[in-house]
Structures are given as C-alpha cells and as structure tokens.
Design a protein around this ligand. Sequence first.
Ligand code: GAP
Length: 514
Amino acid sequence: MNYDELFPKITSHAKEYGFVFPSSEIYDGLGAVYDYAQLGVELKNNIKTAWWKAMVQMHENIVGLDAAILMHPTTWKASGHVDAFSDPLIDNKDSKKRYRADVLIEDQIAKYESKSLKDTNKRAKKEGWEAGSEEYNKYLQGNRNAKKAQELHQQFEVALNSDDLDQLRNIIVEQGIACEVSGSKNWSEVRQFNLMFKTQLGATADSSMDLYLRPETAQGIFVNYLNVQKTSRQKLPFGIAQIGKAFRNEIVARQFIFRMREFEQMEMQFFIKPGTQKQWFEYWKEYRMNWHKALGIKEEFLQWHEHEKLAHYADGAEDIQFKFPFGFKELEGIHSRTDFDLSSHEEFSGKKLRYFDPETQESYVPYVVETSVGLDRTFLAHMSHAYQEEEVPNAKGGTDTRVVMKFHPLLAPYKAAVFPLVKKDGLPEIAMEIFKELKFEHNVMYDEKDSVGRRYRRHDAIGTPFCITVDHDTKEDNAVTVRDRDTLEQVRMPISEVRSYISKKLSWRDLLDW
Ligand code: GAP
C-alpha cells in the first residue's frame, strides 16, 4: 500500500472502529464538523495529557489556564482579527460555488509539481537514473512543469504579500483554472471574507451585543496575562498554556479533520524580555519538534516550513509540517508575536499590561513567543502514522493480513485487553480479577467475545499494545500470556508481575526525558 493511498482508508477506519464520526450524521452531517467517538476521545485525551505534561509539568515557569470561549468583543478588534483575519474568496458565477482564491492557485502549483514528478520518474526509468541521484534531481528541478510551478509560485507570493486581490484573480484566469462543479472559468472578483463566527449575547434585540466565537485560544491568555503573572508570582521568562476549542468559518472544508470549523488548539504563550525573542524562538522550535518525535513520529514525516506571509502580529514564524497522506502540511506554528497583542490590549482597554523587571528596575510590555499546535491535526497525524497493513502468521501455518494501529503505547486508547481463552471453566473470573487490578492505573478492556485470534485482530486494529490471555494452565501456574502488538512476541509471566510489566512500558519519564 502506498502512503498516498492511505487517506480514504484512515477515514473509513476512523468511522468503522469508533474514532471519529461526522457530526449530526442522522441529518446528513454538518460540513467540516466532527464528533470524537469512544476510541477517539481516549486518543485525544492522551495527546492532551502528553502536551500538558511536556509543557506545564516539565517547566517550573509555565502554568495553565482555561479561559472562556466567549470574550469581550473588543478583544477581537484589539487582536486585529476583526480587520485582518480573512481569506480571499472567489465565486464561480455559473455554479455559485465559492472557493478560496489562494487554495485554487496552490492546487494549480501542486498539479504542476505532480506532473513534474511523473515526468521525472518516466525519464529516470528510461535513462536508468536512481531516485535522488544528481541527474534525477537536476531533471526534477529543471523540467517544463517544474519551471511552471516555480514561476507560478513566485507570482503568487508577490500577490499574496502585497494583498493584491486583483492579481490573485488574474492568476486564476491566466492559468485557465476551472470550477470543479460547472467546469466554467467564469469567475467573480476576489473579496476578503472574515473567518470569525458571530453570535449574540443577551435575549432582546436592543440589549444584545455581537460576540465572536474565538478563532484562536491565544487571546484568552493575553487578556489574563497580568492576573496570572501576579497571582502565580512568576518572573519573566514564563509561560501560560491552554488547551481549548477554537472556531473558524473555513470556506474550503475538506481533508476530514485536517481543516475543521470547530477544532481544538494547544497553545502556549511564553512572555519574555524584548530583545530575547530570537533565542526563545529557537528554543521552542527545538523543544516542540522533539515533542513530536518523542511521541513516535519518524523524522522523515516532519519538516520545517518558513512562512511566506507573516500574520499581522508576527516578526517570525515557522511551521512544523507533517507528511499527511495528501502531502506535507502544517501541524504546528511557532510564532514570534513581539509585543503586538499586549500593547494592543493596553491601548484598547486603557489598562497597563506591563512587567516590572526587578533586575533592571524597568517596566515594559513583554514580548511573546507562541507555540500553537492543532489537537485534531495531531490526532490525524498519529492516525496516519500508526496505520499499517501487515502479513502475519496464522494458526493454520499460512498468513493473514492485519490492520494494526501502531500508536505510541501512551497514546493508545486502551493500554491492554484481558481475555479469558474460553467463557467457562473459571477463566472469565480470573481475567476479570486482572482487569480490576489494572484499571486503577490504565484504561483496560475486558474482552471475551469470539476466538482469541479474532480478538487479537480487533485490538490490533484499535492499537491496543498488550493483550493478556488467561488459559487453562493459568489455573495451575497462576501465569498468563502477554502478547506485544508490534513484535507479536508472547511472554508468559506470573499474574503478580503483569501490573508492573505494563506500567514499565508506559513510562511518562521515558517519553518526556529527552
Ligand atoms: N494562535 C496562533 C494560531 O492560531 P494558526 O496557525 O492559525 O495560529 C495554529 O493555528 C494551529 O491550529 C495550526 O497549526 C493547526 O494545527 C490548527 N488549526 C488552525 N486552523 C485549523 C482548522 N480549521 N482545523 C483544524 N486545525 C486548525
């Protein structure tokens, strides 16, 4: 199976086993809104725990926060989101379908790149070049389609950086990009469309107030900066971390949980002395990349991407991209946000948001380096990375194909499953005792349905790292068989050792001590 063929398999696996369901599915769903099901919520909670431990528990100078989703509307004026948080949209006049102009152009670049790769592979086959060899790379970068991609990329970058909406439209027209529904090239002007969801506070029309659902969790941290700093008695540098929902009225809703309208972010704002932002930017870049690797993501699935166009608040920004089945895409952003947010909140609120530095006896607005990772994208990254189809030996001496989710054991929804070999002869009672012993520390499942082979397959498919089987010998030797999901190795051990065996394999210290 090729990795780029994986995406439909992941989406159906997520639904079939109870990781993710479309929201309100009995009403045919709601675009780009999803519910996390019984296994999904466990995986999601484990990712949150891994993040919280790495960010808050591992740093004596980072504390947590859980701010409300609804905030005073001036927050969004001050943050710049009312004026600048928008996407350039274009309508096809025949189908009335609305597109993001930048995405249409990015897709066109991707088309040229894909053609360029195909041409290169064809030529390499003919010439006998190895993939990655000097000749191969030269051709890959220099062929007709590669040049088209580069030229278009340059043109696009200029239009984007100068907010030139007319030029974005010109590019779409010149490239002959057609609507996927009508096939027509009859395009409207490009307009900016604000991504924030509006709602109202208060019951009556006269007294109501327009509010927004927060498009990022960060502003809840900025407006609480001084409260937290004073009550936690933290000195600079220090950070505030938060996990919570954010909402964006995304126009291009696709790629499953990659781009959602309601999603969760795990963000940390690190407040620092002005002038030290470069050093802290580098520190957090390295730390965050290490976190993804510690959770088992292989190095070749991760890369850095520097922003072409900086957000209105940033003086530096780089993304950690993950190799999703549909290509390398943003997973996390590390942003140097200067003093933009705090200064702006000072101005709009009229309240001082400064730090008195006891060493220099100066008072100043701190600078901020932010780490911002999408929880749902991290979830999708782990689903994509973990999914494997493998040939494994079966009881008849042949092989079976198994689907196995090779999650890091600390992320797996269930840490262990306990099976009685048969549903009689006192075996279920012993298995239930083991389940009761383990459940205080770990999320464990008791499972007695079907043959053991089928139970193994079921737990492979949901990523349970250990399966513990109670058989007839257990009654004699007080021992069980523990099977490892990845190596398929089966170890016989006394029941009294199972708890410490599992706990050793699930060590937060091993994960966090990099
Ligand atoms: N506070 C900075 C901020 O919000 P961002 O790059 O817009 O920066 C941060 O978002 C992260 O949130 C992204 O890297 C991505 O993982 C996640 N994210 C953003 N929009 C999303 C969406 N529509 N659906 C799912 N995740 C999203």
